[in-house]
Design a protein around this ligand. Structure first.
Ligand code: NDP
Ligand code: 8X3
Length: 252
């Protein structure tokens, strides 16, 4: 399709598969994350496999000065932007709120809410200038249904959804579209990050579930960006067949 797509958190999981889905579709991708080695390997792989342009951006979305200094020049060098996938994010811990650490909470808020806000602020002027573009935010069922041990993470994902709804209103006079994708449990390194590297505990989250895979979510992201100019898909909720609400799963 030859569009210009910026995906944050593209070094792993859902973001990586979103970048791949766009690349397979013939779009050029600007991929961002903190891990430079992964970005370089993905660039080489995608350019070779899909014959598209891949630009890389080592970026910590939670650092405002990093976003302010790097995003605008990266988009200018990339030649503009059609779609922003605000995917970078994480959970830290699953302890009851009273036992959780403020440090974990600050990391989640700084990344999932402020990081998404900084990146959107940096990107939106490009879209407003040409009166069109599409912002796709990675929310979560956690933003709809709170669950035990998830108070802060769930609050960040509710904020992602509300930011999207508000920005859609504020840009209504333009042809900019805003979508929130709200996946339930998706099998990615997300849980290993949440449990601070405890791979065994992370695996137990997905045990007994035919879990949604990151490429399933990426297919939906690609779909929402491929709709006619006259319509926008505002929200999509995706769950495993064995999930009915946030963390409410039937294990087999
Ligand atoms: P992964 O851990 O596989 O991917 C997370 C991505 O976010 C990585 O590419 C990571 O890159 C990036 N990231 C994390 N912190 C930062 C930061 N400070 N600056 C820049 N990039 C950052 O998990 P998922 O793919 O599952 O998660 C992707 C998104 O999907 C998150 O927003 C998550 O909340 C959301 N989500 C996940 C679900 C799941 O069950 N897996 C379900 C619903 C939503 P790097 O480490 O290189 O910086
Ligand atoms: C990630 C999905 O259910 O682990 O947003 O919170 S869940």
């Amino acid at each position: 399709m030859n569009r210009k797509i910026f995906v944050t958190g593209a070094t792993s999981g859902i973001g990586l598969e979103c970048a791949r889905a766009f690349a397979q579709d013939g779009d050029n991708v600007l991929i961002a994350g903190r891990r430079a080695d992964r970005l370089a390997a993905i660039k080489e792989d995608f350019e070779q496999q899909y014959g598209i342009r891949v630009d890389t951006l080592v970026l910590d979305v939670s650092k405002r000065e990093d976003v302010d200094a790097k995003v605008k020049p990266a988009i200018e060098a990339f030649g503009g932007i059609d779609v922003l996938v605000n995917n970078a994010g994480l959970a830290q811990g699953l302890d009851p709120f009273q036992d959780s650490t403020v440090e974990d909470a600050v990391t989640m808020i700084n990344t999932n809410v402020l990081g998404l806000l900084y990146v959107t602020k940096a990107v939106l002027p490009f879209m407003i200038d040409k009166n069109e573009g599409h912002i796709v935010n990675m929310g979560s069922t956690a933003g709809i249904y709170a669950y035990p041990g998830g108070a802060v993470y769930c609050a960040t994902k509710a904020a992602v959804k509300m930011l999207a709804d508000g920005i859609r209103m504020d840009t209504i006079a333009t042809d900019i579209k805003v979508t929130t994708i709200q996946p339930g449990i998706v099998e990615t390194p997300f849980s290993e990050v949440r449990f601070h590297g405890d791979a065994e505990r992370a695996a137990s989250v997905y045990a007994g579930i035919d879990a949604v895979q990151p490429q399933d979510v990426a297919d939906v992201v690609l779909y929402v960006t491929n709709q006619p100019k006259r319509m926008q898909i505002t929200d999509v909720t995706i769950m495993a067949n064995q999930q009915a609400a946030g963390f409410m799963v039937h294990k087999k």
